[in-house]
Design a protein around this ligand. Sequence first.
Ligand code: ADP
Ligand code: MG
Length: 560
Amino acid sequence: MSQQQMQGQPMIILGEDAQRMKDKSAQEHNIAAARAVAESVRSTLGPKGMDKMLVSSLGDITVTNDGVTILEEMDIDNPTASMIVEVAETQEDEAGDGTTTAVAITGELLKNAEDLLEQDIHPTAIIKGFDMAAERAREEVDDIAIDVDRDDEEILKKVAETSMTGKGAEQHKEVLAELIVEGAQAVTVEADDGSVVVDMAYLDIETQTGRSAGDSELLNGGVVDKDPVHENMPVDLEDANILLVDSPLELDEAEVDTQVSVTDPDQLKNFLDKEEEQLQEMVQKIADAGVDAVFCQKGIDDMAEHYLAKEGILALSRVKKSQLQFLTEVLEARIVSDLDSIEESDLGTGNIERDEDEELFYVEGAGDQSHGVTLLLRGSTEHVVDELERGVNDALSVVSDTIIEGAVLPGGGAPEVELASRLRDYADSVSGREQLAVEAFADSLELVPRVLAENAGLDSIDTLVDMRSAHESGDARAGLNVFSGEVEDTFEAGVVEPAHAKRQAMGSAAEAANLVLKIDDIISAGDLSTSGDGEEGGPGGAPGGMGGMGGMGGGMGGMM
Ligand code: ADP
Ligand code: MG
């Protein structure tokens, strides 16, 4: 295009298919999409929340109650909706629990923001008010929080149980809470400065199908669910020298792939002898280092297996990298890559015990610096243990948060109602339009008790009215106990949560809502109408009325 041609013509910066939405319609579009996401997880909130069944495009099924899992497994292709999924992911990373709460509050904030926008309140004022409210709410959490002794096992167990209530882990929550608390305490270390670290690198979770969740155990050391590579190998070893290796016990591919042209049978035999000799040498190096057992991350050649068995060495192949890593802690070993440079200090010492029924090995460290425990979760089927693991992971996070911070909140919506009332007081001191936004924030928090009641089949208005009046008369711990259906002191009732998760949920909900509100212009390279307004299905007709989120499918392979 020449200079001349360009003159006097409008500048076109967008592609032919590009679409653009501005101001009000952009905001409406985004809010609707974000709210649709929030709606989709709302019914799972709380102990009486329902589960969701997610079916991938390959037909894999996940049945879960876990907010972040639901959102990650849904194939959401609306960009705004994806931002909400990020809230859940941040919450999961930072607090390990409270994902549904964070997302539900975000949805409610946006709903109330929509009303304010309709009253011609500028988004900037709403954003500022939400920020002020979130900041204040986080401070107030500190004030409401109840200090607890970080060694108080009863409280820690209650925190674990509250988090597991309503999940797949619920039925066996007493047993599991005990294991979780013991496990978290086993990996708790006090730093020199008096601060406390719960080091999850020393806690491995393994799952096993076939038995009941109530048979789960906490083991000292690790488990490896592999069979010996050769039947003539020792399987029970005491004070064994154990080698962890991450390279294959095979000949280099280059060597195997080398083309050899043989002219007579002797030559071929020669070549094979040579290979066998190399593998034998490889095993000899291991034996010379005094190794009794080798755990290999990669494959082991048949011939090497044979020689290892002959040397009386136990060998396991294809051990997960994460497991080897964990075993370095248990056995005080280092992972070796090059067999030529095995040093004595690389080897770990420990006891190995075979459980033939379960087809696994128990590995316990024998050194005095050995640390590391394994939570072996059991459940009847794959789906059961998967959901169990998600619940246990959440519970571990809240227990370790409680150990670290030493502060908890009463659950069942008590903090939300208390914070709402304090924020309304605070709003009186805020001038301008921001005041309305602070009040809207307060109203949004009350979504939590309302939905807890709703999901439990209780009247949400009655419950909220009861709770408000209890809080007004000074009972800051009045929450809904869904089991009794009563508004009562939930701390006393044993419904307790860590303060950290709540603070995080409020912060991330405000941030996410503000992110959506800041957008006044959407420029899309594709067709905007297909990415949905949250009220109607995507172009392909989203299954199950997922509402403009392109339905579900794809990418369901690796969970969490
Ligand atoms: P999240 O993903 O936000 O953690 P959950 O489905 O785990 O969502 O529900 C957490 C909410 O359930 C919290 O507000 C917690 O206080 C509440 N909760 C837990 N147990 C009870 C109970 N027995 N009665 C009332 N609320 C409860
Ligand atoms: Mg939870």
